[in-house]
Write a protein that binds this ligand. Sequence first.
Ligand SMILES: C[S@@+](CC[C@H](N)C(=O)[O-])C[C@H]1O[C@@H](n2cnc3c(N)ncnc32)[C@H](O)[C@@H]1O
Length: 192
Amino acid sequence: MEKEFWENRYESQQTGWDLGQPSPPLMELMKTIHQKDAKILIPGCGSAHEAKALMNMGFNQVWLIDISEHAVEQIRKKLPEFPQKHLICEDFFHWKEGDFDIILEQTFFCAIPPVMRENYAKTMHQKLKPGGILQGVLFNREFEGGPPFGGHEAEYKKIFETYFHFILWESCPCSIPPRANSELWFQLKRKD
Ligand SMILES: C[S@@+](CC[C@H](N)C(=O)[O-])C[C@H]1O[C@@H](n2cnc3c(N)ncnc32)[C@H](O)[C@@H]1O
């Protein structure tokens, strides 16, 4: 989707995806990561409720990127203590930074047009260190129109298996109630 689309959504406050709290599945997955200086990226971070929670957990290398100036400006105001050079307003697919240990996915994959999914998997692979982890949640259901653009486990698996080993790939047990039984949580390890 174009940048203008997302700016309009923020300006008109049509942000139904925003949980208003750190994502429970992402927080559960992050409890499995013990390296506090791991370089972590949240692409399409939106309001980035997870950023503060991760800082409180002791993670000190969190990076946020979103294409929307509105979203990034809100984070800047809400989290003045967050390092400015780790808060990026750019198109994720054109941004050059890499070497991440962990990339966190929540409603970014479903926000991009499905024709870009192959590029998503390839770009995630490029931005991770060898052995790096892509983890988070994906919708395991269809939607009318989009975004969000839905899909199912089997088609996602085909996209990711070229680039990643599957560590965790199952129905998410800790989704927020409106998303119960419609999310898959996953941990994928970058293939060399
Ligand atoms: C559905 S929202 C999800 C926001 C956040 N992940 C959440 O769960 O609350 C999708 C986000 O991705 C951002 N986005 C869409 N395309 C992008 C791109 N190419 N590069 C960076 N951010 C993008 C949008 O501005 C929006 O904030």
